[in-house]
Write a protein that binds this ligand. Structure first.
Ligand code: AMP
Length: 282
């Protein structure tokens, strides 16, 4: 596996690869890998002649009071894990190269970023789409792979690539969970043991939502009530939001008629976790 740290070298690599007729798969990440990241890489390994992953803790997607500084980082560990999965290139640019002093351009997707996490993190998605756009320009992938764990992010990137007629295919993969159901996240490392236990209620509440939907419940209110009830029964969980929305537009729905996402965010102490359930009634 090659480690590339400069934008110039990465562009040159991809340019040559494309010229040689190779298909490039990209998995963008912020590192501190877990099985969720590795599942995306394995899929990328299948879909591309070349698998490139980016490791960049993107300052632009963190709010001023968020965890940019304390975000877990371990380059050596990540490098080894990526190598074991068969990554060809680990691209790890410097923030000062990605955002040089006179940088002044952003990519902003409108409607799908406004609800859910967009309410409590107003500049987050703009940070995400801007960096993903840069990564696509630098790495020039044919296919890019993202997790449904960050469902709003996936929908936003799909919207961006459609709206801007970009030629990269965006693929979403299911959330990978711990044995007990907690969605894997680099931020889980922040949790104290009692918080880790209480965090399981996020998964439990979504399982309840799934059960209700499968039994034919079609009122969003009923589902919200049950999900919130389960979360509120855990004193260590503080709800940021729980919403039932259209899985494509991400607008809230009152009745479940098509595909929906039950999405939630909650604090455990200072740690903010998100999870979701995408339900497709067929
Ligand atoms: P991050 O490093 O947290 O920015 O995540 C990088 C990519 O991995 C994103 O596309 C995430 O949606 C995806 N991802 C994170 N956690 C999981 C998970 N538990 N299961 C599947 N994909 C995930």
């Amino acid at each position: 596996m090659e480690v590339i740290k400069t934008i110039e070298k990465m562009k040159e690599f991809s340019f040559q690869a494309r010229r040689a007729g190779k298909t490039i798969a990209l998995v963008p990440t912020m590192g501190f890998f877990h099985e969720g990241h590795l599942s995306l890489m394995r899929e990328g390994r299948k879909r591309g002649d070349l698998l490139i992953i980016s490791l960049f803790v993107n300052p632009a997607q963190f709010g001023p009071n968020e965890d940019f500084k304390s975000y877990p980082r371990d380059f050596e560990r990540d490098r080894k894990m990526a190598e074991e999965v068969g990554v060809d290139v680990l691209f790890a640019p410097e923030a000062s190269d990605m955002y040089p002093p006179n940088h002044q351009t952003v990519v902003r997707v409108e409607k799908v970023t406004q609800n859910l996490c967009g309410r409590s993190r107003p500049t987050h998605f703009q940070g995400v789409t801007t960096v993903v756009m840069m990564l696509f320009e630098i790495v020039m992938p044919h296919v890019a792979i993202f997790g449904e764990k960050d469902y709003q992010q996936l929908v936003t990137i799909q919207q961006m690539t459609r709206d801007l007629h970009m030629s990269v295919e965006v693929v979403g993969l299911p959330t990978v969970r711990e044995a007990d159901g907690l969605a894997m996240s680099s931020r889980n490392t922040y949790l104290m043991p009692e918080e880790r236990k209480a965090a399981l209620s996020l998964y439990r509440s979504l399982q309840k939502a799934k059960e209700l939907l499968q039994k034919g419940e079609r009122k969003a209110d009923r589902i919200l009530q049950e999900v919130k009830g389960i979360l509120q029964s855990e004193p260590l969980v503080k709800i940021d939001y729980v919403q039932v929305c259209d899985a494509h537009t991400l607008q809230d729905v009152d009745r479940i008629e098509g595909d929906v996402a039950v999405a939630l965010a909650a604090y455990l102490g200072k740690t903010r976790l998100i999870d979701n359930l995408v339900y497709r009634p067929l």
